[in-house]
Design a protein around this ligand. Structure first.
Ligand SMILES: Cc1cc2nc3c(=O)[nH]c(=O)nc-3n(C[C@H](O)[C@H](O)[C@H](O)COP(=O)(O)OP(=O)(O)OC[C@H]3O[C@@H](n4cnc5c(N)ncnc54)[C@H](O)[C@@H]3O)c2cc1C
Length: 445
């Protein structure tokens, strides 16, 4: 299994949750869903909505919320947010379509939030601000605002003083607020989703149950029966949804087409009352950076106390593993990004530092569709899996069950992910390019 490096603060600040037992039996199902992240859980919920009698099994390699789904920054973004672009904007027509897909996903997530009675902090509909700390960042925001104008999307520019009133710090020159982003405490959202979903019998979830083999058991005219094996058990099912993001490569699909990039987060210890007073500003705020290579910063005031979370850096890791040296360097970078923003909190330690896998394609598309008879992929979320993973999970469930109506109407099957260059070239090229762009982000990083 691939790495989940470091301890994710989102999980660690929560009370322990007893995981579901590992699979230790040979069982049958109508649908097998592999992976319990945004895509897998959304797929299972949608299957259950379409047919409440269907026997659905979810196999998750780790504990729920231990993987990327529970260790991200929690921005479930409705608008275009192309990380590879200069200022997030792309072609206006494609961006309108992507926005409609993201909004379909956010509506699905909101309905899960309500139906499953999740705690309020699991999801808050606050919108988000693209924060600019450099003149270049301000320019990116202006360009992005013009793009939003063209798309007829609501937005508001914030000046330096408004940014200071909100944050308590005089670091930012401006911001661009948009209303549609839902903000997650990702570990609470994913845990609550999984725990409520399995109350809807017959949905069963097995944790610590990595699928290490998926083979054809039987092929007849009426279809194929698939056999998935874990260390101690196995599942036979005619329909399989693979919702493991970049790990789908290890099932033999989309090889040499997916880029395995890591990004990283750090979270402070809980601030003391004196530190909170010293900092000032609002108790909660959340910024992505105006520069796609910059830092996302969140101030939290919730379970686990008042804390600050910072995310930055991207590294390309085709092995899907991150070395200790890499983690140490990233942790230093986070400290630096924190210190320049919050000089009054220089004695506040970072309690957690972690990394997580993203999966990108060169042409910014999903790795989706029926990859073999009865096997559906819901992978490659291009770094924005909270919304995109939810969307493609719903779509895969609808494809697998041949549903007549889609909740994500604007989705059209895309071309497959483009082939990558040779591995050593990709490694040097991608890491060099991302590092160069990060350095050019200056104070936005
Ligand atoms: C630090 C950080 C910050 C981020 N911030 C954001 C953000 O603000 N907004 C955003 O939209 N995205 C963000 N992301 C990206 C986001 O987390 C991912 O895009 C998203 O989690 C992908 O969802 P998924 O369900 O497709 O895959 P995953 O969340 O990766 O879930 C796949 C699951 O499959 C399991 N699995 C893998 N192999 C197997 C196997 N063989 N058998 C069984 N199970 C298996 C894994 O353990 C995992 O739990 C961030 C990521 C990181 C690391």
């Amino acid at each position: 299994m691939a790495d989940n490096p470091g301890v994710s603060g989102w999980q660690a600040i929560l009370p322990n949750r007893g995981p579901q037992p590992a699979l230790d039996d040979s069982i049958d199902a109508d649908y097998l869903v592999i992976g319990a992240g945004f895509a897998g859980l959304s797929a299972a919920r949608r299957l259950n909505q379409i047919d409440s009698e269907a026997n659905i099994v979810i196999l998750e390699a780790c504990e729920v919320a231990e993987g990327p789904a529970g260790r991200n920054s929690g921005f479930m973004i409705d608008l275009p947010h192309d990380l590879a672009s200069q200022d997030y904007a792309g072609n206006a027509d494609l961006d309108r379509q992507q926005t409609a897909i993201n909004r379909g996903a956010i509506d699905f997530a909101k309905s899960a939030f309500a139906e499953y009675h999740m705690p309020g902090e699991a999801m808050q509909c606050t919108g988000k601000t693209n924060a600019a700390a450099t003149p270049k960042g301000v320019l990116f925001n202006k360009r992005y605002a013009a793009h939003l104008e063209q798309m007829d999307e609501k937005h508001r520019m914030l000046n330096a003083q408004e940014m200071q009133e909100l944050t308590g710090i005089d670091y930012y020159l401006g911001g661009l607020w948009t209303p549609g982003t839902a903000l997650l405490q990702p570990a609470i959202y994913i845990r609550s989703f999984a725990d409520a979903l399995i109350k809807n019998k017959p949905v069963r979830l097995y944790e610590n149950s990595a699928v290490n083999q998926l083979t054809k058991e039987l092929s007849t005219e009426s279809g194929t029966l698939w056999h998935a094996k874990t260390n101690k058990g196995s599942v036979k099912a005619p329909k399989v949804i693979i919702a493991v993001n970049g790990m789908i490569e290890r099932f033999g699909y989309f090889q040499q087409r997916l880029m395995h990039v890591f990004t990283y987060g750090s979270m402070t210890r809980a601030l003391t009352q004196n530190e909170i007073t010293e900092l000032g500003g609002a108790k909660q705020w959340s910024f992505t950076s105006a520069d796609p290579m910059g830092s996302s910063v969140r101030r939290l005031s919730a379970t686990g106390g008042d804390r600050i979370m910072i995310r930055n850096r991207f590294t390309y890791e085709p092995s899907m593993e991150v070395t200790k040296t890499r983690m140490q360097a990233i942790s230093k970078d986070h400290r630096q990004a924190f210190d320049v923003r919050f000089p009054m909190l220089k004695n506040v330690e970072m309690e957690y530092c972690w990394g997580g896998r993203l999966c990108l394609s060169r042409n910014n598309v999903f790795a989706a569709g029926e990859v073999e008879d009865g096997v559906f992929s819901a992978c490659c979320q291009n770094g924005l899996g909270t919304a995109k993973g939810t969307a493609i999970g719903v779509i895969a469930a609808e494809q697998a069950s041949k549903a007549t109506r889609s909740l994500i109407e604007d989705y059209k099957a895309e071309e497959p992910p483009k082939k990558l260059l040779l591995k050593p070239l990709m490694y040097l090229g991608a890491n060099g390019y991302m590092r160069w762009k990060e350095m050019r982000a200056g104070k936005d990083k």
